[in-house]
Design a protein around this ligand. Structure first.
Ligand code: PRP
Ligand code: URA
Length: 207
């Protein structure tokens, strides 16, 4: 259930994200752009509806998506910049927020916020978080959504570690993961190697 979106344009932008000299202003823009490119690829799986519309000349059968059936759910904070990119493409989606941070000593996720639109069980949820490291935060977020009735979830990351993929695949085998890269592993502080550092800090300039 893991798809690596290593389209050359995405990889080119990811290369710039990884560079430690890329400043927050550019970093944020790149995360948004990568997310726009990723949702284009993820969208290949979406079900369209065929309807008839009138062009200025004649009737025409067209395929449409019901954007209101999508909910974009950033895991705070770093997921916010990805959500902005996805919402540029699916602007009719609603937005839910999950606040989680990793405890710096135990690396376990701590929940501090959650606000969701209604009827989650009828929607397609696009959960965004650029970093999938141990998988603790992602797994907790997905469980939180399932506890609220979510049925159809897609998890979008930019950089994933094998450990995180293993955890999500074991605990949420029904959730497809899309990532721009699978890296080598984690360091002693559970940061992804080679990774791109602390995504939240680099997006928001809080280094
Ligand atoms: C980062 C990242 C993920 C999490 C990944 O968030 O954005 O949510 O760590 O690590 P895990 O897979 O080991 O759980 P962080 O806790 O740094 O919070 P922030 O986005 O507010 O900076
Ligand atoms: N969170 C990040 O922001 N970066 C990592 O490498 C791991 C967790």
């Amino acid at each position: 259930m893991v798809t690596v979106l290593d389209n050359p344009i995405i990889s080119h932008k990811l290369a710039q994200l990884r560079n430690k000299n890329t400043p927050p202003k550019i970093f944020r823009k790149l995360v948004q752009e990568i997310s726009m490119l990723m949702i284009y690829e993820v969208g290949r799986e979406f079900e369209s509806e065929e309807i008839t519309i009138e062009t200025p000349l004649t009737a025409c059968r067209v395929k449409i998506l019901h954007e209101e059936n999508f909910v974009v759910i950033p895991i705070l904070r770093a997921g916010l910049a990805m959500a902005e990119g996805v919402l540029k493409i699916l602007s009719g989606a609603s937005v839910g927020h999950i606040g989680l941070y990793r405890d710096e000593k135990t690396f376990k996720p701590i929940e501090y916020y959650s606000k969701m639109p209604p009827n989650l069980g009828e929607k397609i949820l696009l959960v965004t978080d650029p970093m999938l490291a141990t998988g603790g935060s992602g797994s907790a977020a997905l469980q939180m959504l399932k506890d609220k009735g979510a049925q159809k979830i897609i998890f979008m990351n930019i950089v994933a570690a094998p450990q995180g993929i293993e955890k999500i695949s074991a605990e949420h085998p029904d959730v497809p993961i899309y990532t721009a890269a699978i890296d080598d592993g984690l360091n002693e502080n559970c940061y992804i190697l080679p990774g791109l550092g602390d995504a939240g800090d680099r997006i928001f300039g809080t280094l």
